[in-house]
Design a protein around this ligand. Structure first.
Ligand code: PMP
Length: 438
């Protein structure tokens, strides 16, 4: 028996199946955009811990900042004895976030906590209960976040009831086949059948849908959202948990959309592998909740804050937003070279922004082929590449390579991906490839 196989056996015994894993190999160490498993096999990392590692694994500056913080204190609880790194990080995020007026930031631990707290803040600020989210959107796995997540299986099936007053609209984009007119018609139905616009606190949207399939909405959607805010006072929450921190070629994905949000949720790549999330928002909105109404024991951990401050320095000094565009162009030109290659499984729908890129795997009839996408990910692992799927049917292959990866490493990963797109008869641990998503 191999070490990976041993660990799989122990895992099956000890851990419930509700938490899936994209690979059946177990991590031993990692460096920038490379991973090694317990058996010493090396992998190029195109998953980045699900969009967490824009600055790569164990960036030396992140490690140095964390080590320095470990020597001082690791936890006091901000609600007991607050500390400077939290405040410094809030100041940095307030200055970076796309607000023209004064901004404030509160820190939490996970993305789901950020999206849930954004809802609490929006409700307190407006005195309204309703929240509109989008089908295919992903906002986390806690109960309110699951309610906002727009995909039943596997996130909601059998897990309800969910908190009320959450409504969904179809998400418009070329790749979902939903037009903006479809979305606006659904909104009219919603306002006619379920709730009046004056009772909606906020609309929550990912500037590019992540788990849903890397769908890019048309810019006119954001004009429509701005009009709704103007007319009815409905706030806009940009969920930047996956799109944030230079991934799309800008610090925040919403910067591509020509609209200023009221609240922004952040997590994942904020702290380079340490658990940290936050809500950044217009100061008067953020101050709507009474003292004590927000927080959490670990929210804004000083160790994670130290990591995040280093991450923000790295993004700036290494110009990772510009690098995301360069990486994106490199990956796209490689994918463009695949057209007409008979040996490969059919692909289509190349999309994304900056270095947030996905494409679909199709079946012989041109439909989405989630089963084959799983096989592509399994073959990629065999060829030394950690790769994730996403999308409504699990049909999309998404690329979230660290922005600190070298051209040579990206090319190596793309070669493995190319090989993985060719159906092979090798025995693959396909049963181990599960829907992890998000
Ligand atoms: N929002 C978005 C857009 C996400 O992609 C995710 C996680 N993939 C979340 C929220 C939830 O984050 P977490 O898993 O840290 O709770």
């Amino acid at each position: 028996m191999t070490a990976n196989h041993d660990l799989s056996t122990r895992r099956t015994q000890a851990v419930p199946r509700g938490v899936g894993s994209a690979t059946a190999v177990y991590a031993a160490r990692a460096e920038n955009a490379e991973l090694w498993d317990e058996e010493g096999r090396r992998y190029v990392d195109f998953a980045g811990g699900i969009a967490v590692l824009n600055v790569g694994h164990r960036h030396p500056r992140v490690l140095a900042a964390v080590r320095a913080q470990l020597e001082l204190y690791t936890h006091t609880a901000f609600q007991v004895m607050p500390y400077e790194p939290y405040i410094r990080l809030a100041e940095r995020l307030n200055a970076l976030a796309p607000f023209t007026s004064e901004a404030k930031t509160i820190l939490f631990t996970t993305g789901a906590e950020a999206t849930e707290n954004a809802v609490k803040i929006a409700r307190a600020a407006t005195g309204r209960p309703g929240i509109i989210a989008f089908a295919g959107g992903f906002h986390g796995r806690t109960l309110l976040a699951s309610a906002m997540t727009g995909k039943v299986s596997p996130y909601k099936k059998g897990l309800g009831p969910f908190p009320g007053e959450i409504y969904h609209l179809p998400f418009p984009s070329e790749t979902t086949g939903v037009t903006l007119a479809d979305t606006l018609k659904s909104l009219d139905f919603l306002f006619a059948a379920d709730i009046e616009p004056e009772r909606i606190a906020a609309i929550i949207i990912e500037p590019i849908q992540g788990e849903g399939g890397f769908h890019v909405p048309p810019p006119a959607l954001f004009e429509a959202l701005a009009a709704l805010r103007e007319r009815y006072g409905i706030l806009l929450i940009a969920d930047e948990v996956q799109t944030g921190f230079a991934r799309t070629g800008r610090m925040f994905g919403i910067e591509h959309c020509g609209i200023e949000p009221d609240l922004v949720t952040v997590a994942k790549s904020l702290a380079g592998g340490f658990p940290l999330s936050g809500v950044i928002g217009r100061a008067e909105v953020m101050d709507a909740v009474e003292p004590g109404g927000l927080g959490g024991t670990y929210g804004g951990s000083p160790v994670a804050c130290a990591a995040a401050l280093a991450v923000l320095d790295i993004i700036e000094d290494e110009q990772l937003s510009a690098r995301a565009d360069v990486i994106g162009a490199r990956i796209r030109s490689r994918i463009a070279g695949w057209t007409g290659r008979n040996a490969m499984v059919p692909t289509a729908g190349l999309r994304g922004q900056g270095a947030m890129i996905a494409f679909d795997i199709l079946d012989a009839d041109g439909g989405p082929d989630g089963a084959e996408a799983k096989r592509v990910c399994a073959r990629a692992l065999e060829y030394g590449l950690v790769l994730l799927g996403c999308g409504q049917h699990g049909q999309a292959i998404r690329i979230l390579v660290p922005l600190t990866a070298s051209d040579a490493l990206i090319d190596e990963g793309m070669t493995a991906l190319e090989q993985a797109l060719v159906p092979a008869s090798v025995t693959l641990p396909i049963e181990a490839v599960e829907d992890v998503a998000a």
